[in-house]
Design a protein. Structure first.
Ligand code: HEM
Length: 504
């Protein structure tokens, strides 16, 4: 009897709560933005616009495209479609979460620079996405982030990065030696360089940040590769609280990979502890004591260190390999730039096979090429923030809890900002000063700017210089142009080049 009464009391409460959070609150937010001139696709209870969002990716990935750089419709198809209907800034819904998508440069600058008293912070990741990288620096906020960031800043100081030049060269040389074995006696050979460059980037981050090498870190990388596909699948769906604890097939796979990754990193930490004693790499700094807010000595726990290792293994590999891959494809397509870059490398290296760290800054043309590659094919695409309180953004009143999608590819390809040739490869445009701080941000901006930026640019210059020194290359007829978003921007079917050894 009592249970029946309780049921009749609870039922209307649950129904009211459901109506309040699933219908009333979204409707109020929708009206709030509409009054300020912001529209967008209609909200659907519970799921918002998730289905259209997912479908836009599925459709975009079905077709390849001609090898041109007009790629926004393929990498962020939802933004491409909706911005044409609703303008540069519009509102869409991921479940019941309102997301303001914007390519407005002033807004983006304010969000990144956190003008408004620290009101914009990183989006709390879906707990399933955290399995890949979100429990480290990339996903932390507040004081915890500040402590980890200070440690990482020390590990990636410019002076230290310069010393890593030799490690980067050794890794690149190892890759090129393997290419020579594959070439054998042939004048010309085909290679999917994306896979090769992923191995190179893995080797470099293993050595520089963790003092080990790719062979030792291989297990971690292969596990993370599997997790990447499962995570991408999870972040495209509305997260239902508690769902991650259900023993579904995919969840069990995610748990298994997570367990094995943590175990593999724990072993790496143990086996590297001797070599670490004299070094000041990221791993040794993470394991050393640091001063907290009150000046007291503290140490990170092993699980925190493992989280950071996971985050850096992922961040150091994927985006880096993407940058190198797109740069080689662009140089293969634009032979005149390949020739110019090679001439510069030959004159800077002065007959040596390798590039010395002190000469890296002399690669001016290469610098322009790297910038232009990052503009046309920015590897990190899904840049998001959220408001922690009500804020004024320009003239717009934004309620607490609103998320932002910062439409990086659209900004980098915008003809208003970059001119009529925005979709053309023209490295010379980077000789001109930037028109707006937020017109180009492949590494982010503000306090959360990429901590590995200097390493990434140094690595790109060294690796590209050594490849150009040894090979000339063209795009293979088997290459299919299909940039797609899989956490970062990657070539969907690989990046096949025809390489020819330069003999003189
Ligand atoms: C071309 C290569 C790279 C690109 C395009 C890139 C891009 C980015 C971007 C856009 C962010 C900011 C994300 C945001 O604001 O939400 C970021 C953050 C980060 N990147 Fe990179 N990255 C690259 C290479 C690297 C490398 C080599 C490492 C590791 C050594 C690394 C480690 C990180 C970390 C740990 C963060 C989080 C920083 C924080 O939140 O304080 N990245 N990266």
């Amino acid at each position: 009897m009592h249970l029946v009464c309780l049921f009749y009391v609870l039922l209307p409460v649950c129904v009211l709560r459901f109506i309040h959070s699933m219908i009333w609150v979204p409707w109020r937010i929708h009206v709030h933005f509409r009054k300020q001139g912001i529209s967008g696709p209609n909200y659907r209870p519970i799921f918002g616009n998730t289905e259209e969002y997912r479908n836009s990716f599925t459709e975009a990935r079905k077709k390849t495209m001609p090898f041109n750089h007009n790629i926004v419709h393929r990498v962020t198809p939802f933004y491409h479609e909706w911005s044409r209907k609703y303008g540069k800034t519009f509102l869409y819904w991921f479940g019941v979460i309102p997301i303001l998508a914007t390519a407005d440069l002033d807004m983006i600058k304010d969000i990144f620079m956190n003008t408004g008293g620290g009101s914009f912070e990183k989006v709390r990741l879906n707990p399933q996405a955290k399995l890949l990288f979100g429990q480290g620096l990339n996903g932390l906020v507040g004081e915890e982030w500040a402590i980890h960031r200070r440690i990482a800043n020390q590990a990636f100081m410019m002076e230290r990065i310069k010393c890593w030049g030799l490690d980067i060269m050794a890794s690149t040389m190892k890759m090129l030696t393997k290419w020579e074995e594959i070439r054998g006696e042939r004048d010309e050979f085909e290679m999917d360089v994306h896979r090769e460059l992923q191995d190179l980037a893995s080797d470099v981050i293993s050595k520089t940040a963790f003092g080990s090498n790719y062979e030792e870190g291989k297990r971690v990388f292969s596990l993370q590769d599997k997790q990447k596909h499962l995570v991408f699948d999870a972040i495209g769906n509305v997260y239902i609280p508690g769902f991650r604890f259900l023993p579904t097939k995919k969840n069990r796979e995610r748990w298994r990979i997570e367990r094995e990754t943590r175990e593999a990193i724990r072993n790496l930490i143990k086996t590297n502890s001797k070599a670490r004693e004299n070094s000041r790499n990221l791993l040794s700094l993470l394991m050393s004591s640091y001063k907290n807010q009150d000046g007291k000595e503290e140490k990170l726990g092993v699980e925190e260190i493992i989280n950071e290792c996971k985050a850096f293994y992922f961040a150091g590999k994927e985006s880096m390999a993407d940058l190198l891959t797109w740069a080689l494809l662009l140089l293969a397509q634009h032979q005149e730039w390949q020739d110019k870059a090679r001439e510069e490398v030959l004159s800077v290296c002065r007959g040596n096979e390798v590039l010395l760290s002190e000469n890296v800054n002399d690669l001016k043309i290469m610098n322009l090429i790297i910038h232009e590659t990052l503009r046309l094919y920015p590897p990190a695409v899904m840049l998001m923030r959220q408001t922690t309180k009500n804020v004024k953004l320009g003239t717009l009143d934004v309620p607490a809890g609103t998320q932002f999608f910062l439409a990086l590819p659209s900004i980098h390809h915008d003809t208003d900002t970059w001119g009529k040739d925005a979709n053309e490869f023209n490295p010379l445009r980077f000789n001109e000063p930037r028109s707006h701080l937020a017109s180009f941000f492949p590494f982010g901006l503000g306090p959360r700017i990429c901590v590995g930026k200097n390493l990434a640019v140094m690595e790109a210059k060294v690796a590209l210089a050594m490849i150009l020194r040894r090979y000339s290359f063209v795009v293979s007829p088997t290459y299919l142009h299909a940039p797609r978003l899989l956490i970062s921007m990657q070539p969907q079917y690989g990046a096949q080049l025809l390489l020819r050894r330069i003999t003189s």
